[in-house]
Design a binder for this molecule. Sequence first.
Ligand code: I24
Ligand code: DGL
Length: 272
Amino acid sequence: MKRAIGFIDSGVGGLTVVKEVLKQLPHEQIYYLGDTARCPYGPRDRDEVNQFTWEMTNFLVERNIKMLVIACNTATAAALADIRATLDIPVIGVIQPGSRAALKATRNNRVGVLGTIGTVQSMAYPKALKGLNRRVEVDSLACPKFVSVVESGEYKSAIAKKIVAESLLPLKSTKIDTIILGCTHYPLLKTLIENFMGSDVAVINSGEETASEVSALLDYHDLLDRDDNGVQHRFFTTGSVSIFQDIAQDWLDIPDMHVEHIKLGNEKGVYQ
Ligand code: I24
Ligand code: DGL
């Protein structure tokens, strides 16, 4: 019996990670759960994010996934250690892969990290980076306006360009030569970020790096699928099925995808 790789995220942003995995591992079956009804997680308390992340995890574990990818930086920061210590399947977050790639890219050991308020406050990136190389110096910056500008669909506009420039100004005066996009939505702003920071600064997409580690981890545990017989991806959302489907079909280029509405925890399952 084929078993799926489970992905959880606060909403649709984790689809940036799924896109990379589908590209690198086309035989794999995907189950994706986005908690769109309670998105965004970025400004919420760590305890609350931990609880929501556990609710999503339990939902997919009940569906017999072979591996769990926490495809949300805020959820990874709040719950990865806890979940990994409890489950008996491999669990991967987006923070470690992004950190590893940044250390590979930096020439001067000065790395910038962009993320939500929750991710930056948790210090999860500086801890992961310093755990891999204690000489690295890290400048973290919360960019709370970035998620809303991407979700407005205006992420290529002059408004987005202005928000990027204003938000990243504090990093211009630092010596960082590498920036980690520590939030699922920021890859959509990658070109604007690169243009503002200039060609001497490498920009790392944590989602892309995570996909490579998913592949390595599945191989290590001998869990890779060799053929795509009977692959039926499933997508679950706590919010509106039609909005989720519009965004996901467009982003993943999957013509007719299965999206199901589900309820988690105490949320009432009200369509948003
Ligand atoms: N992009 C994101 N979230 C949205 C959006 C978007 N609307 C347009 N685009 N909405 O995230 C989130 C709020 N919804 C979610 C569903 O339930 C109700 C509330 C980034 C997505 C990254 C895969 C712009 C847009 C799009 C398609 C692809 C990419 C993209 F419409 F940025
Ligand atoms: N998925 C979240 C992250 O990567 C961004 C959206 C949110 O704040 O929930 O941190």
